[in-house]
Design a protein around this ligand. Structure first.
Ligand code: SAH
Length: 458
């Protein structure tokens, strides 16, 4: 991030605004919404500004800016069309470390104004870090349409209960769950429907019935994060990602996806890299049990689909034995993601009537697969974890009867911006990639359907 997003209190504090035209007027209006005390300095002040700042609380000086003007300011906005003057103001502000915004000169700004959705006290701010204010504004208008207008009132309502809830429910995570129940339940609906008394009665009774102990049992969400592109997450995955208190993730889960989990959740990397398991499988399962028993909502986030070469089954076995509630959320497995993004349909009426997923993981320099099955005609074979074993796999397929000119694709980091596709045949692919800097994870697709890539890649 190039900027730290924050909400700054200017209520009854002095904000210096330099400039007396239409732009300054717009900024003054914005600052007044946050109840700032404005000191305006400009040689010429337009009538609307004079009128807007007529209250004694503000100060309007019709004269040239002097460096001393900034001394009392908690924030400075330069809205003049004089480039030199703007620079002078920005320099003076920098000397005293006072945040400054110079309209339309991002290089002189130490802060920028976001586009906002105002449901005060609820405020959503959007910024493109100055790159494209239009994009931020468009996004803002979309947000505008799905944040109900009553959310301001809802925030005030919830705020009024805050201390009471805090004194009744001790643990932070229990309090969070209480609030989620209120917000997702009938109390919030009634409030939005304009029935505050009924909403209040419901919250009061929820609070008196609330049993903190009931929540001492946590739960586990075993969630598939898909092959890499965050757009391929499911709605449910996203919802649980936003809700979990702790996240256990593997190497295959990208940073981008990790950023979509709850910001204040504890994040634990449990590894899973060839030969470098950061945590043993048994340790992961025990940790899941321990965390859930301490009342946490635990997200076990795995690449692709948790039940396809993900050891998802093993991880939840212990949970089931310990009677810990859990749910499993499927994800898009690498075979689906990579084949779609590479334009290689896994089945096709003319070329492949079945598809088989296998692991090419090598043990003692070989991998034990049912080769006679894999060489059957009319079949696509997808090989996970097959990069190291690729020469061996191609050789075995040929030995067992698949023609050497069968097309084969190797897809590196499928669905991500680093996706790369290598195409060859069983005879040629090992040679083609030998000199290339191929990076894991990679997926291998064998079969006639690979030839369609040329026509269907997008
Ligand atoms: N549960 C995962 C698979 C885990 S095994 C799933 O359903 O996708 C790890 C293997 O998955 C890697 O060795 C690689 O073969 C494959 N894989 C996962 N993500 C991939 C990606 N983005 N591109 C290519 N292969 C990928």
């Amino acid at each position: 991030m190039d900027y730290l997003p924050l909400f700054y209190k200017v209520k009854n504090r002095q904000v210096l605004l330099v400039g007396g035209g239409k732009v300054a007027l717009r900024k003054a209006n914005f600052l007044l919404r946050a109840q700032a005390k404005i000191k305006l300095v400009a040689i010429e002040v337009c009538a609307e500004l004079e009128e807007l700042l007529a209250d004694k609380k503000h100060e309007v000086s019709s004269r040239a800016f002097q460096n001393g003007d900034i001394n009392e300011a908690s924030l400075i906005v330069a809205a003049t069309n004089n480039i030199e003057l703007n620079k002078q103001i920005a320099d003076a502000a920098a000397k005293l470390n006072i945040p400054v915004n110079v309209v339309d000169q991002p290089e002189l700004c130490s802060f920028i104004f976001p586009s906002i959705v105002d449901r005060s006290p609820l405020i959503v701010a959007v910024s493109s870090s100055g790159k494209s204010p239009v994009l931020a504004r468009l996004l803002r208008s979309r947000l505008e349409t799905f944040i109900p207008s009553g959310y301001g009132t809802l925030s005030v309502f919830l705020g009024d209960f805050r201390n009471k809830v805090k004194s009744k429910i001790n643990s932070l995570s229990a309090r969070m769950r209480f609030w989620e129940k209120v917000i997702n339940g009938p109390a919030a609906e009634l409030l939005l429907a304009g029935k505050p008394e009924q909403a209040e009665t419901i919250v009061e009774s929820m609070l008196s019935d609330f049993d903190e102990k009931e929540l001492s049992q946590g739960e586990v969400y075993l969630v598939g994060a898909g092959p890499g592109d965050p757009d391929l997450l499911t709605f449910r995955a996203l919802r649980l990602m936003q809700q979990a208190d702790v996240v256990l993730y593997d190497r295959l889960v990208s940073q981008e996806i990790l950023y979509m989990t709850r910001q204040d959740a504890d994040k634990i990397h449990v590894g899973k890299q060839r030969e470098k398991h950061t945590m043993e499988q048994g340790e992961i399962s025990s940790l899941l049990v321990k965390l859930a028993k301490s009342g946490k909502r635990v997200l076990r986030l795995k690449g692709g689909d948790p039940f396809i070469f993900g050891r998802g089954g093993e991880e939840i076995e212990q949970l089931a034995e310990a009677n810990i509630p859990f749910q499993v959320v499927p994800g898009i497995t690498a075979a689906s993601g990579c084949s779609s993004y590479a334009g290689i349909p896994l089945t096709h009426r003319d070329y492949a009537q079945s598809v088989t997923f296998v692991t090419g993981h090598m043990k003692n320099n070989q991998c034990d697969l049912n080769w006679s099955h894999l060489v059957q005609e009319g079949q696509t074979v997808v090989i996970y974890m097959g990069l190291i074993g690729l020469p061996y796999i191609c050789e075995q397929l040929i030995i067992h009867g698949r023609p050497g000119d069968t097309p084969i694709a190797l897809i590196q980091k499928g669905t991500t911006p680093q996706q790369k596709i290598y195409i060859g045949t069983l005879d040629t692919l090992p040679e083609i990639i030998r000199e290339k800097d191929v990076q894991a994870p990679t997926l291998i697709i064998v079969g006639e359907v690979v030839a369609l890539h040329e026509k269907l890649s997008w």
